[in-house]
Design a protein around this ligand. Structure first.
Ligand code: ADP
Ligand code: ZN
Ligand code: ZN
Length: 727
C-alpha cells in the first residue's frame, strides 16, 4: 500500500474518512471519485486529500478502496473550493454537500463521459442519380449548415431520417463525425428589440464592469424588460466566448423563459430544472464543465454547475424563496452565486420587480449596485389597484358582488380574468354541525383539507390522506359542512356563476401530469375569454397579454402570520400577481378582497407601491435588529417523544451560553409554531448576532460537540444558517 486517501463520504458524520490505495500519491488528485466499502455498504466517495504511507503510520485499521472511478478529477478545483466553503458556512457534513452539488448519476458513480452523436455535413461530390424526397430534404437543410448539424436536430425537423442519411452517405454526398451531443436548438431566430434607454443603461453598467466582481440589483417593475437585458448581456458574453449561468425559480415559468433565450441566442442552451431527466442533467453538467455549454439555465442546484469560462451569473426573481433549500443542506443559491462570482472576479446580475429586503439592505450598505427599469417596456401601463371589503361577500363562495360585476364586464369585453387564491383543495375546514368535531391530522397539529375531486381529506403538511368522511366519526351525524374556500371550491362556483366561459384551475393538483402546465399556458395564450383560478403558480413571471382583471382572494392570513418574513412575502406576492394584469395593449385592473381594507399594510402597499412598502418593512427590521440587519441561525430538533427535542436543545443552549460569547444571543429553545408535524414534536433554538463572525465562530467550535450529544442519536436535528422562515 503506497498512499492514504482522505475521502468525503455521503454520511452525516462531520469528518473525512481515510482509505488505503496501492496507487502512488502522484496518481491521486482532489476531485476524483472512488468506490469504497463504508459502514457495510458500497458507496461513491470523493478524494479530498492524499498522503504518503510511511513507517510511522498505523495502517492496520484502514480499509482499502474497492475501485477507482475516475482517472481524472471529475470535480474541477473551483467547484471543489465552493463545496468546501458551503460545508463550512452552512455547517453541514462535506460528503452530504457533494450529494447536493453533483447530478444524481455522477454522484452514483456513472462514468464522466459525454454522450456523443453523429454530426452530418455535405461533401463536395456531385449528385449522380435522382434522390428520394427525404434525401433531398436532408441535403437542403445541410446546405444551410456548412459546419454540420446534429442528427437529432435533423430528426427534429424531418422525422425519421436514419435510412436517408445512410443512403446519402453510401453515395458519398454526406459525411458524419462524432461530437458531444448538445441540447437541440431552435432554428428560427428572432431579431432583438431596440432596447430603451433604461435597458441600455443597465446593460452598459454590467458590461463595462464585466472583468471584476460586482453585484447588481436590477430593480424593474413587472414587464419592464428585465429579460431583454439578460438576453442582450448573454449575446455579448457569447461573442467573447464566455459562459453565462442563469438561475430561475423553481416552478412555472421555465418554458416561456427558456424559449425566449432559444429564439434569440444562436447557441444550444443547457437546461437544468426538475423536468430534465437524470441523463440530460449529467450531460448538461458535463457540457458546461467542458465549456461546450455556454448558456446554462437552471433552478437552485444549478448554482453548482462548473463554469470554466464563466463571464456572468444572472439570478432572475432574486427574491424567490425557492432559492433556499428547506431540508438537508439548507443553502441559498444567491449566496453561493455571490461567493463563486467573487472568487472568479465576474459580475452577478440579480433581477426582480420585488427585490428581497436582504438585497435592498445590501444596496443601502453600498455592497450592491442598483439598476432601475421604471417603465413597462412594451408601452403598457401598470394596472389600477383597488381594495374590496370582503365583509358581506357571498357566504357560499366568498366572492363579493363588486368582484363578480367586474368579472362579467371584463369577460364580456372578450378578456381573460385571473382569480388568485393561495390555497389548493376544496376547503380548509371540515366540521360537524351537530357536535363541533373537526377533521384534524393524526400526525400534525393541523386540519385536514377537503379535496372533493379525489374524495379525500388531505394533510398539506405531512401528506396523510384518508377518504372523505360522510358521517361525523364522533356523533354519526351526516351534517358535515366545509368552511373556507380553496381553488376547487371557487372553480366549482364559477362554473355555475359563469356558464358561458371556460374555468381553468391551475394548482399543484391540476398540473401533476408532465406538460400539463405548458398545455394550460398554451391554451391561455390563444386569448379566448376565460377565467383562471390558481395558486402561487399563477403569480410568477408569466406574460399573458389578454388578462385584464386580477382578483386576489383571502390573503389576510399573511397579515397575522407569526413568521418574520410573512408581510414581506405578502407584499411580493401581491405585487407579482398584480403585474399579471394589463401586460398587453389593454389596460388592467386589480381587485384585492380583504377583511381589513383599512390595515396599514394594505394602505401602504396600494397607495405607495412595493418600493416604499419594502423600505418601511426594512426600517422595521433594522430597528428590531432582525435580518438582514443581523445574522440568524436556527438549530432545529424533532423527536417522536414530546419532551426530547426541547431537552436536547436546552442542553445545546447551555453549552453555547457557557462559551460566554457576548456578541451572540441564544434565544429559546421553544416549541415550533406547529409543534407536531408528521408524527414528530419539533422545537428550535434561535441564535442571533449583529456581526456574522462571532456567530460562525461559535458554531465552528460547538457543532462537533452537538453532534456527539447523547440525545443526538435519538432524534433528528439540523442547522439552518440564514433561515428564511421560523415556522
Ligand atoms: P420583465 O422580465 O421585466 O417582466 P420582459 O422582458 O418580459 O419584462 O418584457 C415585457 C414585455 O415587453 C415582453 O413582451 C417583451 O417582449 C417586451 N419588451 C421588452 N423590451 C422591449 C423593448 N425594448 N421594446 C419593445 N418591447 C419590449
Ligand atoms: Zn358530530
Ligand atoms: Zn399531517
Amino acid at each position: 500500500m503506497t498512499s492514504i486517501i482522505h475521502l468525503a463520504v455521503p454520511s452525516p458524520l462531520r469528518q473525512l474518512f481515510d482509505y488505503l490505495s496501492d496507487k502512488p500519491v502522484g496518481f491521486w488528485q482532489s476531485g476524483m471519485r472512488v468506490k469504497v466499502n463504508f459502514a457495510g455498504r458500497l458507496c461513491i466517495a470523493i478524494v479530498i486529500r492524499v498522503s504518503e504511507v510511511d513507517s510511522d503510520t498505523n495502517i492496520s485499521k484502514l480499509k482499502s478502496i474497492e475501485d477507482i472511478v475516475d482517472t481524472q478529477p471529475l470535480i474541477p478545483d473551483e467547484i471543489m473550493q465552493t463545496v468546501l466553503w458551503v460545508s463550512r458556512y452552512y455547517h453541514h457534513p462535506l460528503g452530504e454537500c457533494f450529494q447536493t452539488a453533483l447530478p444524481k448519476l455522477l454522484r452514483n458513480g456513472s462514468e464522466a463521459d459525454l454522450i456523443q452523436e453523429a454530426w452530418w455535413s455535405k461533401t463536395d461530390n456531385a449528385i449522380e442519380k435522382k434522390l428520394g424526397k427525404k434525401q433531398q430534404a436532408c441535403l437542403d437543410i445541410l446546405s444551410d449548415y456548412p459546419d454540420g448539424i446534429s442528427q437529432s436536430a435533423l430528426k427534429a425537423s424531418l422525422g425519421a431520417i436514419t435510412n436517408s442519411l445512410q443512403a446519402l452517405e453510401n453515395q458519398g454526398l454526406v459525411k458524419q463525425q462524432l461530437q458531444a451531443k448538445l441540447p437541440v436548438t431552435r432554428s428560427e431566430l428572432t431579431l432583438p428589440f431596440q432596447l430603451n434607454e433604461e435597458q441600455q443603461n443597465a446593460v452598459e453598467q454590467v458590461w463595462q464592469q464585466r472583468t471584476q466582481f460586482n453585484s447588481f440589483l436590477l430593480d424593474g417593475i413587472t414587464g419592464s424588460g428585465k429579460t431583454e437585458v439578460y438576453i442582450e448581456l448573454c449575446e455579448r458574453m457569447l461573442q467573447e466566448g464566455k459562459q453565462v449561468l442563469i438561475l430561475i425559480p423553481e416552478i412555472g415559468l421555465t418554458g416561456q423563459f427558456v424559449e425566449r433565450f432559444q429564439k434569440r441566442l444562436d447557441t444550444s442552451i443547457v437546461i437544468l430544472n426538475s423536468a430534465v431527466s437524470d441523463g440530460e442533467r449529467k450531460q448538461g453538467w458535463l457540457l458546461a464543465k467542458q465549456g461546450l455549454g455556454k448558456i446554462i439555465i437552471g433552478t437552485r442546484s444549478a448554482v453548482f454547475t462548473p463554469l470554466p469560462d464563466a463571464g456572468l451569473i444572472i439570478i432572475d426573481e432574486e427574491h424567490d424563496s425557492s432559492y433556499k433549500q428547506q431540508d438537508g443542506l439548507r443553502y441559498h443559491a444567491r449566496q453561493i452565486a455571490l461567493v463563486r462570482a467573487q472568487k472568479r472576479g465576474i459580475p452577478v446580475l440579480m433581477g426582480s420587480a420585488t427585490p428581497s429586503l436582504e438585497s435592498l439592505y445590501q444596496v443601502q450598505q453600498n455592497r450592491f449596485e442598483p439598476l432601475h427599469l421604471s417603465q413597462r417596456a412594451a408601452g403598457a401601463r401598470l394596472p389600477n389597484v383597488h381594495l374590496v371589503d370582503s365583509n358581506g361577500a357571498h357566504p357560499d363562495h366568498g366572492l363579493s358582488d363588486q368582484l363578480l360585476k367586474r368579472m362579467h364586464s371584463h369577460l364580456n369585453a372578450g378578456n381573460q380574468v385571473i382569480l388568485f387564491i393561495n390555497r389548493r383543495g376544496f376547503a380548509p375546514v371540515l366540521m360537524c354541525h351537530d357536535c363541533g368535531w373537526q377533521a384534524k391530522c393524526r400526525h400534525c397539529d393541523a386540519r385536514m383539507v377537503v379535496h372533493q375531486h379525489r374524495q379525500i381529506l388531505f394533510c398539506h403538511h405531512c401528506g396523510f390522506i384518508i377518504s372523505l368522511a360522510k358521517e361525523c366519526p364522533d356523533c354519526e351525524s351526516s351534517e358535515l359542512k366545509s368552511y373556507g374556500s380553496g381553488t376547487e371550491k371557487i372553480e366549482q362556483h364559477l362554473q355555475t356563476l359563469f356558464p358561458d366561459y371556460p374555468v381553468i384551475r391551475v394548482d399543484r393538483d391540476s398540473t401533476q401530469r408532465v406538460n400539463a402546465f405548458n398545455d394550460i399556458v398554451a391554451d391561455i395564450k390563444k386569448g379566448e375569454p376565460q377565467i383562471l383560478v390558481g395558486t402561487q403558480m399563477l403569480a410568477k413571471g408569466h406574460d399573458f397579454h389578454d388578462v385584464t382583471l386580477v382578483g386576489v382572494l383571502d390573503t389576510d392570513q399573511g397579515l397575522y402570520s407569526a413568521d418574520y418574513r410573512a408581510t414581506e412575502n405578502l407584499a411580493q406576492m401581491i405585487t407579482q400577481i398584480t403585474g399579471r394584469a394589463g401586460r398587453g395593449d389593454k389596460a388592467g385592473e386589480v381587485l384585492i378582497q380583504t377583511d381589513q381594507p383599512q390595515h396599514a399594510f394594505w394602505q401602504m402597499l396600494i397607495k405607495e407601491g412595493y418600493a416604499k412598502a419594502a423600505q418601511s418593512l426594512l426600517r422595521e427590521r433594522i430597528e428590531l435588529a432582525m435580518p438582514p440587519a443581523s445574522n440568524w441561525a436556527v438549530i432545529r430538533a424533532e423527536a417522536k417523544e414530546r419532551s426530547l427535542a426541547l431537552e436536547f436543545l436546552q442542553d445545546v443552549a447551555c453549552m453555547l451560553n457557557q462559551a460566554g460569547q457576548q456578541d451572540v444571543m441564544v434565544l429559546g429553545p421553544v416549541p415550533a409554531i406547529m409543534e407536531k408535524k408528521g408524527g414528530r414534536f419539533r422545537a428550535q433554538l434561535l441564535l442571533s448576532s449583529l456581526d456574522r463572525k462571532p456567530l460562525h465562530r461559535l458554531l465552528d467550535t460547538y457543532t462537533a460537540a452537538i453532534s456527539r450529544h447523547k440525545l443526538a442519536r435519538k432524534l433528528r436535528w439540523s442547522m439552518d444558517i440564514d433561515p428564511v422562515d421560523l415556522l
